[in-house]
Design a protein around this ligand. Structure first.
Ligand code: GDD
Ligand code: MG
Length: 361
């Protein structure tokens, strides 16, 4: 039985203000903490033992997932005193693994939504005899990722994390954030100090002549590292474009979590999620968006491809388009917030009518 390590200790800086109170893997996507989807997919692929490598806001994982039995998993938690980076985090949990030195161990970045065939990646690892096998995907602009060129047999020839110069952009194949490590390779990562698996371990292994194998595919893949990607991923889960056994209920245009209150004439489309205790007023339109628990969208408001944080309020007739509203923020009536704008947690934006009359005096 293959076991897995999930890397969930990052600060989620690009996802702020969503990650001010909640670590990225615990932000709800399609009504459940995002990590639930990854755990359920791992379980469906036959994984039974998962170690969560935590750091930032580590204390929130265990109270929610407990021993993992609700998901049919045996879950363990290891918290770094100081962030150890992706490679340091792997080394730091090595003593919790049950695998023998030559066994395969799955490793997942904690912010990837993908239809990866996990069993196929393990199969590639076994048949190629690699030290590490990597899931690779192709993207139009690879600069924000780890570039992974391969030869004709799929063997990795270089690893270029976040390339800085045009000359370094040698491929559109990127590290998709899922690996199979032969267990002994994890044990050999230096302990007790930060290590980046992307900047140190992979290039070091290649320099030593180790065998890194790439498996490229074109299945659904999204890094949920930015608010817009997060909202998109959540909507794709609801619409059934992104596969997960953990989406509550059936796929459709929207998901309304039990305890939410949606006016009969409100329009919810494009994979919109309305969280527990949230309220959507009459005539409001919410498209491709996430409204987290306890948030209120007042009558006539329009919310498109946006995220409304827990307990936030969107005033009457206000328009949000690709906006992120932090937990507890209050946006008054008749505002227009567009184009990636982020409103911090608990911020207050007066009704536009109040602002305009104040400006004119
Ligand atoms: N435990 C622990 N400790 N986890 C960490 C730490 C740490 O110090 N630092 C980061 N992580 C976790 C994050 O929580 C995330 O799940 C994963 O490691 C990757 O970190 P990100 O911060 O999301 O990295 P990225 O998106 O910029 O780049 C990574 O993912 C890309 C694919 O989405 C790299 O692996 C790239 O090579 C890759 O292309
Ligand atoms: Mg990421």
């Amino acid at each position: 039985m293959t076991e897995a390590i999930l890397l969930v200790g990052g600060k989620g800086t690009r996802l702020r203000p969503l990650t001010v109170n909640t670590p990225k893997p615990m932000v709800p996507a399609a009504g459940v903490p995002f990590l639930t989807h990854q755990l359920a997919r791992a379980r469906a692929a036959g994984v039974e033992h998962v170690v969560l490598a935590t750091s930032y806001l580590a204390e929130v994982f265990e109270p929610y997932f407990g021993d993992g039995s609700a998901l049919g998993l045996q879950l363990e938690y290891v918290t770094e005193r100081e962030p150890l980076g992706t490679g340091g985090a792997l080394r730091n949990v090595a003593s919790r693994l049950h695998s023998a030195p030559g066994d395969p161990v799955l490793v997942f970045n904690g912010d990837i939504l993908t239809g990866l065939d996990i069993a196929a990646l393990v199969g590639t690892h076994r048949t190629s005899g690699a030290d590490v096998s990597l899931h690779l995907t192709r993207v139009p602009d690879p600069r924000a990722f780890g570039l992974v060129p391969t030869d004709g047999s799929g063997r990795v020839t270089a690893f270029l994390e976040k390339p800085q110069t045009p000359e370094e952009i040698v491929t559109d194949q990127i590290n998709a954030g899922a690996y199979v490590f032969t267990r002994s390779v994890i044990d050999a990562i230096p302990g007790g100090r930060p290590v980046s698996v992307e900047r140190e371990t992979f290039p070091g292994l290649l320099a030593e002549g180790a065998h890194l194998q790439g498996m490229v595919d074109s299945t659904y893949w999204l890094d949920l590292g930015t608010p817009h990607a997060f909202v998109r991923g959540s909507a794709d889960l609801v619409l059934g474009r992104a596969p997960s056994p953990a989406v509550p209920g059936r796929h459709g245009e929207h998901l309304v979590v039990a305890g939410a209150d949606v006016a009969p004439d409100a329009k919810l489309t494009g994979g919109t999620v309305v969280g527990a205790g949230a309220r959507i007023g009459p005539g409001a339109e919410v498209e491709g968006s996430t409204v987290l628990e306890g948030a209120v969208v007042e009558p006539g408001a329009v919310v498109r491809e946006s995220l409304v944080g827990a307990g936030a309020r969107i005033g009457e007739r206000t328009v949000l388009d690709r906006a992120v509203i932090g937990d507890g923020a209050d946006v008054g009536a008749d505002n227009e917030l567009r184009d990636g704008i982020r409103i911090w947690c608990d911020a207050r934006i007066p009704a536009a009518s109040v602002r305009f009359s104040a400006d004119c005096t």
